[in-house]
Design a protein around this ligand. Structure first.
Ligand code: ATP
Length: 570
């Protein structure tokens, strides 16, 4: 019987549901005890040779059995309802938590691990909260109350049963620590297997291209074997615990039977002791059943703890919601940022101003810190030193939701969700009208191909937009960013997957989109910097030089070397 502290704290969120299940569990136990007492009375009458007198208690016993059936139905209904509610609440909390932790968390952990916690862990916790915890309450209340009552009928019977109940409740606790450790080992093996499976599915094309599918299959088989071994190890401990409990239950019941048959009690008392002793242990037997349903949740506690206690990369402590609606001045002021676990800063003492309405193209060799600047501007991470301001106000003063509503992003790895084109676009602005969707798509050069899809804007896209080409995906991402209508635009190589003809159309669209917005373009190609008002060259996380394309070429500095080294191909 494991009542984990962290899980009990989590149960605080669903106290009402757990209490309702426990209350009905107690009522069901009371019905069982009532039935036992009435049967004892009936049997005693039969034993005394007065079968007629047994009719009334028997009739009551049938009524109690009918009432119990109704209670069992109610308990099952409430348990299923509570389970669904618990799952929904936990998932909401965990998903909200993942949102707070942001992408920085998922780069530091395996997606499959978080997914396993969110799906399987929460499923396991449903049974833990809706069945196991209420039964723990019943198990602690019912046997103790019954032993106390039986002790008033016969002290010896009370002592024998009391010892057995104490043994059943206390002795298996000796295995709890081992059981929890084995549960954690099993969960770790389970999470690794799930992560490898997810990665294998996501990377199947790459694996096949390199002929590595077989090797990965062998690795998965190894992981599955590890899971089997840890499951068996956990099962062995669990079975010992269950065996000891079962032995104590049988010993207690046998002890009570011996006392009842000892001749000191009258017929009614003897039958009462005998039948109620069985009811003493019913909650313990049920607890053991529910334990097997809920132990996946207990095993998941590490994954949950990891998620709930992880420090978000940025704290949402800002209060302001008044993000500028006009193009603001963006300033990086002596910004330094080092990724956790790295000894060299990705961005070092970087100062950069983007004037209101200006478009700055950030260029530089791979690893120079361009994407890190975009991440800092969106507050996926915060500077270790220095600050970033919009119109002179530190980004940290705004609430994160307000800040992110003010910055639209077209990322290098566009993510489109399994849903219709319209659903994907409305992520940026849920209330957007159909006309606004069409206008945004037209501006991003996407309307033509969307209109040609089988169901136009209602066409369902595959996961990650898998049914579209790379260029189409990027144009949709651009349309989504335009729909957000934010005063700051971050474009991370927004035209990298687009053919030259479409690129010219997008360049025009972008020129329109940039009007009235402050824009940071992370560029990998000359074509992407051509239209910028200014080019800023980054090297080793700092500004190496800045200016217009021609001026920089004339200066024959780092920019010229970048162009010459084909780091910025045409
Ligand atoms: N999540 C991360 N954890 C640790 N280090 C990181 C992380 N992301 C980036 N880095 C490191 O920070 C440095 C800057 O990376 P960044 O992605 O900003 O460069 P970039 O100029 O955008 O490169 P590219 O043009 O190749 O995309 C690199 O040395 C990179 O290895």
């Amino acid at each position: 019987m494991i009542v984990h502290r962290r899980l009990v704290r989590l149960a605080g969120q669903v106290t009402g549901q757990v209490a309702a299940c426990a209350g009905l569990g107690l009522a069901v136990s009371a019905a069982y005890v009532g039935q036992a007492v009435l049967l004892a009375a009936a049997l005693a009458e039969v034993a005394r040779g007065r079968p007629d007198a047994a009719v009334t208690p028997l009739a009551w016993a049938f009524a109690v059995i009918a009432g119990r059936a109704a209670l069992l139905w109610a308990r099952e209904t409430v348990t299923v309802w509570a389970g669904a509610l618990i799952r929904a609440r936990l998932r909401d909390r965990l998903v909200a938590r993942l949102g707070e932790l942001g992408p920085a968390y998922l780069t530091g952990t395996r997606t499959g691990r978080a997914q396993t916690t969110l799906v399987d862990g929460v499923e396991g916790l449903d049974a833990y909260f809706s069945r196991y915890l209420p039964q723990v309450v019943v198990t602690f209340c019912v046997p103790v109350a019954l032993v106390a009552w039986l002790a008033t009928i016969d002290a010896t019977a009370g002592a024998v049963l009391g010892a057995a109940v104490a043994g059943v409740l206390v002795i298996p606790r000796l295995w709890d620590v081992t059981l929890l450790r084995r549960g954690r080992e099993r969960w770790a093996a389970f999470a690794e297997l799930a992560s490898d499976h997810l990665e294998a599915m996501q990377g199947m094309a790459t694996l096949r291209a390199f002929g590595a599918a077989g090797r990965l299959g062998a690795r998965l088989a190894g992981r599955a074997h590890d899971l089997y071994l840890t499951t068996m190890r956990q099962l062995r401990v669990s079975l010992v615990e269950t065996g000891v409990s079962a032995f104590l239950v049988q010993a207690g019941t046998a002890g009570a039977a011996l006392v009842a048959a000892g001749g000191r009690l009258d017929a009614r008392e003897a039958f009462t002791v005998l039948l109620v002793a069985v009811e003493c242990f019913r909650p313990v037997r049920n607890l053991s059943e529910y334990w097997h349903a809920g132990y996946l949740g207990v095993s998941a506690v590490d994954g949950l703890g990891e998620l709930l206690t992880a420090e978000p990369a940025v704290r949402d402590t800002g209060r302001r919601a008044d993000i500028p609606r006009h193009a603001p001045r963006v300033r990086f002021e002596h910004v330094t940022f080092t990724y956790p676990g790295r000894d060299r800063p990705a961005v070092h003492d970087l100062s950069l101003t983007i004037e209101p309405g200006e478009t700055v193209a950030l260029v530089g060799p791979s690893g120079a810190g361009k994407s890190t600047c975009a991440a800092l501007l969106q507050r996926h991470v915060d500077p270790g030193a220095g600050r970033i301001t919009l119109d002179g106000t530190d980004l940290r003063e705004w609430r994160l939701d307000a800040l992110r509503a003010g910055i639209a992003v077209v990322a290098q790895d566009t993510y489109l969700f399994h849903g219709t084109v319209a659903d994907n676009l409305r992520l940026a602005r849920p209330g957007a009208t159909d006309e606004e969707l069409v206008a945004a798509c037209a501006a991003a050069g996407a309307h033509e191909f969307v209109a040609a899809l089988p169901a136009g804007y209602e066409t369902r896209l595959g996961e990650r937009g898998g049914t579209l080409s790379g260029g189409q995906r990027q144009r949709l991402a651009l349309a989504r960013a335009l729909l957000a209508d934010a005063p700051v635009l971050v474009l991370d190589e927004a035209t990298s997957h687009v053919d030259p003809r479409a690129e010219a159309a997008i360049a025009q669209a972008l020129a329109r989109a940039r009007r009235g917005r402050t824009c940071l373009v992370i560029a990998h190609r000359l074509s992407a910097v051509r239209d910028a008002d200014r080019i800023v060259v980054l090297a080793d996380g700092a500004v190496a030089e800045s200016g217009g394309h021609d001026d920089l070429l004339a200066a024959a500095g780092p920019y010229t070397r970048l162009v010459a080294a084909q780091e910025l191909p045409a």
